[in-house]
Design a binder for this molecule. Structure first.
Ligand code: DX5
Ligand code: ZN
Length: 218
């Protein structure tokens, strides 16, 4: 299976969101990455339910919702109803991880857990078999356009080992500072899903950039 590209609409033109979603519909990206930020878990506020619903109305791709919010549990059902196909919560933002994983699964959505750069992959040992996605953050979450943290590559490899030893079918997603300069290395390390915001929307030819990320080889 080739890598899935999940362009992050955090870098889209919010005044022309429908145009940008339609561009992605016509691209080789299989997922659309939607970053929800609360100004508490991360030092930035992005958008919430109304914007997700508006994207869902036009999107023909999987809506990959990354929740950078403290205590997301009360809002899971509402994110599912607003159109999330994949719901990823942060390990660092929840107290009862097993409980929220099951709550997400019960909505019918795919479930992901994201790890900040300094959080080791080993914290997922007991729950890895329950997950559809492990999201390895390769920047400190909060903003698009940040510099890639190189040790995230080692975490992708560690995650591969954990998945292999547990029989889990989880996909490994990498988010932050991903682009043409590191896509091949991440794919070689075992990444299955690459999030790209600035690299796609800052490109003169986003469709070509998506294709190049998807086909990057070392
Ligand atoms: C960062 C977000 C990312 C961000 C990626 O907190 O989770 O999804 O949009 O943007 P780039 O690819 O520009 O680093
Ligand atoms: Zn994200």
């Amino acid at each position: 299976m080739s890598v899935i590209v999940s362009p992050s609409v955090l870098s889209a033109d919010f005044a022309n969101l429908q145009r940008d979603i339609e561009m992605l519909n016509g691209s080789e990206a299989e997922w659309i990455h939607i970053d929800v930020m609360d100004g508490v878990f991360v030092p930035n506020i992005s958008f919430g339910f109304p914007v997700l619903s508006a994207i869902k109305k036009h999107a023909k791709k999987v809506c990959d919702v990354h929740l950078m919010i403290t205590n997301p549990q009360p809002y899971i059902k509402q994110f599912r109803e607003a159109g999330a196909d994949v719901i990823t919560i942060h390990y660092e933002a929840v107290t009862h991880l097993d409980s929220i994983i099951n709550e997400i699964k019960n909505t019918g959505a795919k479930v992901g857990v994201a790890l900040n750069p300094a959080t080791p992959v080993s914290v997922l040992k007991e729950v890895i078999h329950l997950l559809d996605v492990v999201l390895i953050m390769s920047v400190n979450p909060g903003f698009g356009g940040q510099k890639f943290i190189p040790y995230a590559v080692n975490k992708v490899q560690e995650c591969m080992l954990l998945i292999g030893s547990s029989g889990s079918k989880a996909l490994i997603e990498v988010d932050g500072g991903v682009g043409l300069n590191n896509a091949a290395e991440l794919i070689a390390a075992g990444a299955n899903v690459l999030v790209a915001g600035n690299a796609v929307f800052g490109s003169a030819d986003p469709l070509q950039t998506i294709r190049q990320i998807k086909n990057a080889t070392k």
